[in-house]
Write a protein that binds this ligand. Structure first.
Ligand SMILES: [Zn+2]
Length: 122
């Protein structure tokens, strides 16, 4: 089973929209963090502990946004190359139902499960 042209077009649109949204989100996050670093700006009564916590949370959120953005960009590049439905790891076909649910998937289900279980390789 392959992804038909119409589904492919729809996924491309979804990916492009997602890419733009993620970039905006990252910009916003960066702006917020820049603001916090400027001294004297936070006149509200927030204690230092929660500031640090906020900062750490923003960093974690930013990290996750960047990772998703990478996948989205990769998926779009694969589309351009005509290898969108091919798994990056084993070269097999990614289940179309999976791509429908997760347009930025670049691995087939078994490979994704393997990658998530395996410790990060250096
Ligand atoms: Zn695979």
């Amino acid at each position: 089973m392959v992804l038909d042209e119409r589904r492919m077009q729809r996924n491309r649109q979804r990916l492009e929209a997602e890419r733009d949204r993620l970039r905006q989100e990252l910009d916003r996050l960066t702006a917020v963090m820049d603001d916090r670093e400027r001294p004297g700006l936070s006149t509200h009564m927030a204690d230092h502990g929660s500031e640090v916590f906020e900062q750490a949370k923003n960093l974690a959120v930013g990290e996750r946004l960047r990772e998703t953005l990478q996948s989205v960009i990769k998926a779009l590049q694969k589309m351009d190359r005509g290898t969108y439905t091919v798994c990056d790891r084993c070269g097999g076909q990614i289940d179309p139902a999976r791509l429908k649910a997760l347009p930025h998937a670049t691995l087939c289900k078994p490979c994704q499960a393997l990658m998530e279980r395996a410790p990060r390789s250096r």
